[in-house]
Design a protein around this ligand. Structure first.
Ligand SMILES: Cc1ncc(COP(=O)(O)O)c(C=O)c1O
Length: 390
């Protein structure tokens, strides 16, 4: 007869018999029990199969459910989820780049992506060139015999310049180079980077896909072949998305299409208001006809981003004063949540990029970035108006 203290460690699991839960449960377990030792041994020596679960650092049913949903939304063969968007980008670099390889990266990327490629990978002997991706010709001139990977964001953040995914992917294919697109700002619903020819899409799930600013996560959408390579690196690095976070993202994903609709409606109104305001000297958004990539936006994207930036008439102090005077917009980095956020790229998200490089790329001290949420558009405009008036 086992003792009480033993019993409490080995609970009797109550499973539903005929009925199935309408919503999948969270498999909050680090390890999986096998009925016989031989079976576990055989599974491990045969290599972890997709849907055989051994240890959650490698795979877990809650993560896999989310991965299947993401792949089905994007039309990709596979999806891999990670503990953050940066973990996903780092995993791609660790899997597909080796000492002596060369990568071409767009000049303006998320600050930590820039840091990964400009400092960390260089220290591991990877050569990296940062190029203006609005010109495929410049990319072509930078390709070398050891170029393995091309990485870019479109639209870029915070200037919302676009890259022609089809043209760059084609160029990369001709030279046997992998194309990776950070599609975080658009999501697969508003921009089909894989359909346009990219090999891999990378996402920060932290943004629109989860959409509620309460989870940090990342995802890689790719072929089965790349997935199997990436998963080996994931297992070793341990950069997995934990089951509880995966479950929350799964919940967020269900309202993505609805949220994007409202995000876009609000953004159009805010863009219009700002572009007609005399305290604003420039608005960066591809929805505007005067935006240099407006034509490409209309063919490449199936909607518009809900992030925009604008230059205030004034200097760094005026930009900060505007942000401080906002009452409804939260003063915070990140984007893609239901709530509207305002931030100052030069001193926040892009501060890690040296000032000279930042300015060259067009990120001025008086540039402000807004992430437009799903509140009432009139309230958002009222808040911007009162902050500009001050
Ligand atoms: C475009 C883009 N890519 C990647 C990341 C990194 O994502 P995470 O914060 O989930 O690591 C961010 C974060 O803001 C981002 O904006």
């Amino acid at each position: 007869m086992v003792k009480k203290n033993t019993k409490i460690v080995h609970e009797k699991v109550v499973e539903p018999q005929q009925e199935k839960p309408a919503i999948p449960p969270i498999y909050q377990t680090s390890t999986f029990e096998f009925p016989r030792a031989e079976l576990l041994g055989d599974t491990i020596s045969g290599g972890p199969d997709n849907e055989v679960f051994i240890y959650t650092r490698g795979s877990n049913p809650t993560q896999r459910t989310l991965e299947k949903s993401l792949a089905s939304m994007a039309g990709s063969e596979e999806a891999l989820t990670t503990s953050s968007g940066m973990a996903a980008i780092t995993l791609i670099a660790l899997t597909f780049l080796r000492k002596g390889d060369h990568a071409i990266v767009s000049e303006v990327t998320y600050g930590d992506t820039h840091h990964l490629f400009s400092d960390m990978l260089k220290d591991f002997g990877v050569e990296v060139d940062f190029v203006d991706f609005t010109s495929p010709k410049k990319i072509e001139e930078t390709i070398k015999s050891n170029t393995r990977l091309i990485f870019f964001e479109t639209p870029s953040n915070p200037l919302l310049r676009l890259v022609d995914i089809k043209a760059v992917s084609q160029l990369a294919k001709e030279n046997k180079i992998k194309t990776i697109v950070d599609n975080t700002i658009m999501t697969p619903l508003l921009q089909d980077a894989l359909g346009l020819g990219a090999d891999i899409e990378v996402h920060s799930l932290t943004k629109y896909i989860n959409g509620h600013s309460d989870v940090v996560g990342g995802a890689i959408l790719c072929s089965k072949k790349d997935f199997l390579e990436l998963r080996k690196t994931l297992f070793t690095t341990g950069a997995i998305l934990d089951p509880h976070a995966a479950w929350l993202v799964q919940r967020g994903l269900k309202t993505l299409a609805l949220r994007l609709k409202k995000h876009q409606e609000n953004t159009k109104k805010v863009v219009k208001f700002l572009s007609e305001n005399s305290s604003v000297q420039r608005v960066n958004h591809p929805y505007l006809r005067e935006h240099p990539d407006n034509k490409l936006a209309l063919t490449q994207m199936k909607g518009f981003p809900s992030v925009l930036s604008f230059e205030i008439k004034g200097d760094l102090k005026d930009a900060r004063r505007f942000i401080n005077n906002l009452r409804l917009f939260k003063k915070a980095v990140s984007l893609g949540g239901v709530e509207s956020l305002a931030e100052h790229p030069a001193s926040m998200t892009h501060a890690i990029i040296p000032k000279a490089e930042r300015e060259k790329a067009g990120i001025k001290d008086y540039l402000i970035r807004l992430s437009i949420g799903i509140e009432d558009a009139e309230d958002l405009i009222e808040d911007i108006k009162q902050a500009l008036n001050q």
